[in-house]
Design a binder for this molecule. Structure first.
Ligand SMILES: Nc1ncnc2c1ncn2[C@@H]1O[C@H](COP(=O)(O)OP(=O)(O)O)[C@@H](O)[C@H]1O
Ligand SMILES: [Mg+2]
Length: 342
């Protein structure tokens, strides 16, 4: 089976104050049909820009390098019309804030049927039937009533379901979900995650799920790509990321989970500030914040290599893999406390 999505050596630079700034540095990703890949990282690490590059929706003036292929076709060579067609029919996107993505003066039914009627030539009554069907699929209790409602009459969670329904209408092969539950309360968040998981199975959808929450990422995905300063620093099976993180940044993300904070009665944070991709100089981008850093880490950029079952961009990953076999979790927790006290 060939991958549904292949991203190779993706580089993105954006114009800022008359110069080009690097925001994505040499990102590689693959996604099989029906697979869910989560992209995790702190704010500013380049998750959204990666998704926007895949959709062909980068800000004006962006310089893009590398290759993005969808279902075997090279998107870097696609015309804007072909990209538009792809967004209409094969790749859907869900954003953090559904209210920003919907026209407040249109009823839900008009919003859902607009593309079908205008772009795809579906008769209006058929489009309404299909809209009602997808509202049912996203578990809206009274779909017929919902079609006549305005966005302001719906809660954030309901509106996010409507956005998911809108994406389903185009029967995509791939959904890019950019922090789709970040703006929702915890209960609603869990419901939307459960819905996405069920839909993914029922429709055999592939999904790129973007979040800053590693635990949430592991719950919904098959594989996780951890991003730092515009690079993917670790790509690994979801379960491995939680039990045996190999990149020190993944480990630090894991330790800053709130449930561990409750148990330890402190709120662990990753010390130091995240750097932007354009600030990366020699060496590993994470070295200034890394408790495992040694001299070479500040001098030479690490290459991404297969370590255990994952791809890791760290000079010390192989060595850490050895150490983690013995008493990984206890060691890293103790180190976390040490770092807090220090
Ligand atoms: N329109 C823009 N012009 C220039 N830089 C931008 C623009 N949008 C985002 N950036 C920068 O690109 C980097 C990656 O941003 P983004 O992909 O949105 O991060 P994330 O989604 O991981 O929080 C950040 O450093 C951000 O400041
Ligand atoms: Mg983002």
């Amino acid at each position: 089976m060939s991958p549904l999505l292949e991203v190779e050596h993706l580089r993105v630079q954006l114009p800022v104050g008359g110069e080009l700034r690097s925001v994505i540095r040499d990102v590689d990703l693959t996604l099989e049909p029906g697979e869910v890949l989560a992209m995790v990282g702190e704010s500013g690490s380049g998750k959204s820009m990666t998704a926007r590059a895949i959709m062909g929706l980068l800000p004006p003036g962006a310089e893009v390098g590398g290759r993005i292929a969808f279902d075997g076709a090279d998107l870097s060579a696609a015309s804007s019309r072909q990209l538009r067609e792809l967004r209409l029919r094969r790749i859907g996107m869900i954003f953090q804030d559904p209210r920003a993505a919907i026209n407040p003066v249109h009823r839900i039914g008009d919003f859902l049927t607009e593309v079908l009627v205008r772009e795809l030539g579906v008769p209006r009554s058929d489009a309404m039937k299909r809209a009602e069907g997808v509202l049912q699929e996203v578990r809206i209790r009274d779909p017929e009533h919902c079609l006549h409602q305005y966005p302001h009459e719906l809660s954030g969670g309901m509106l996010q379901r409507v956005m998911i329904a809108a994406v389903l209408l185009s029967e995509p092969d791939l959904i890019l979900a950019d922090e789709p539950t970040t703006a929702l309360d915890v209960t609603t968040q869990a419901e939307v995650i459960a819905l996405l998981s069920d839909l993914r199975r029922a429709r055999e959808l592939a999904m790129v799920f973007i979040t800053h929450d590693l635990e949430l990422a592991a719950a919904i995905s098959d594989r996780i790509a951890v991003m730092y300063a515009g690079s993917v620093v670790e790509t690994v099976a979801a379960a491995e990321a939680l039990t045996r993180p190999l990149h020190p940044y993944t480990e630090a993300l894991l330790e800053s989970r709130p449930d561990i904070a409750v148990r330890l009665d402190v709120i662990p944070q990753i010390s130091g500030r995240p750097i932007a991709a354009y600030e990366v100089d020699a060496g590993c981008p994470f070295h200034p914040r890394c408790r495992y850093a040694e001299e070479q880490c500040s001098l030479t950029p690490p290459k991404t290599a297969l370590v255990g079952t994952g791809l890791v961009m760290c000079h010390r990953a192989q060595e850490r893999l050895g150490g983690l076999h013995i008493s990984g979790e206890q060691n890293s927790l103790a180190d976390g406390l040490g770092a807090q006290a220090g």
